[in-house]
Write a protein that binds this ligand. Sequence first.
Ligand code: H2U
Length: 346
Amino acid sequence: MSKMLTEQPHRRYNILTGEWILVSPHRTKRPWQGKTEKQATEQRPKYDPNCYLCPSNTRANGEVNPNYQSTFSFVNDFGAIVMDGEEESYSEGLLKAASELGICKVICFSPDHSLTLPLMEVDAITEVVKLWKKEYAELGALEHINHVQIFENKGEIMGCSNPHPHGQIWAQSSIPEEPRKKLATQSAYFKEKGSSLVGDYLNQELAAKERIVLENADFVALVPFWATWPYETMIVPRKHYAHIGLLSDAEERSFASIIKELTIKFDNLFEVSFPYSAGIHQAPTDGREYPEWHFHMSFYPPLLRSATVKKFMVGYEMFGNPQRDITAEMAAKSLRELPNMHYSKN
Ligand code: H2U
């Protein structure tokens, strides 16, 4: 590999957003005198009477959850977007605004309050994948819903309000900024080359090997060349699928399996329940064809050196662009070399 990429400050281009990041590999040699201690592992009960996501409990708005046995989804009682209101736009001089219609849902991954994705069985995670598919199809088919964003915020540090295993879906009338950038880049590439940008990128990474973390028959987990967060990773299907609705039963299971394996590695990194925001980027649901879209799931974890040392996107990163010290290759190597068995099972 080029010496520039391993030793010299350089910029890397994100082919999916069209943005650059700054990489400073030489800084990994600087002495570290900050915190590195481990955190005590939190033991949670399987059922918490005060949790608003546990089966049969009452939520903040007085509704009672069913005694669900697997997954459970409901419309967020405090949704950031709602289906009420008219489609309107506003413009006055340089000021511009538009109404936004949508639905927010909460997706409970398991009735067991003590679990997280890495601790769940593959069969149980497969049920989560099935629910994501169902929600993507049903929400996406609604009038006014042109984009469905599936995501998970894990850990207090990421602003997650409740440790019960859950994620969210925000479905809305406009295409939000991140997928909009990825739509433009994938679309331009597809027009020029007639193939999937993400698929061609995946093939290049499979040949290079150095940023691959995990592989199975249907999916690959890799640290993208342009990763911004220290252990940022993306899961890419080998097949050129625009959305998760196209996954077969067997592929749903291998998706679940690679999610489990990757999140186990994350937890093993600092022997802590590893926080992150994860989201699935896929084709809009406005009824048009999107042959350029190749869905993928990205994980943005904030931890840098230990359970307590977080990467902040501040200073230069707010005013210039994101910067990182450890390279994508170093991060991939660390993740690759970690055990596949969860540290708590030893
Ligand atoms: P987090 O993923 O950030 O923890 O968010 C959980 C969501 O659950 C949050 O958006 C919703 C909050 O509005 N919620 C309900 O819908 N009902 C409740 O009773 C409490 C929380």
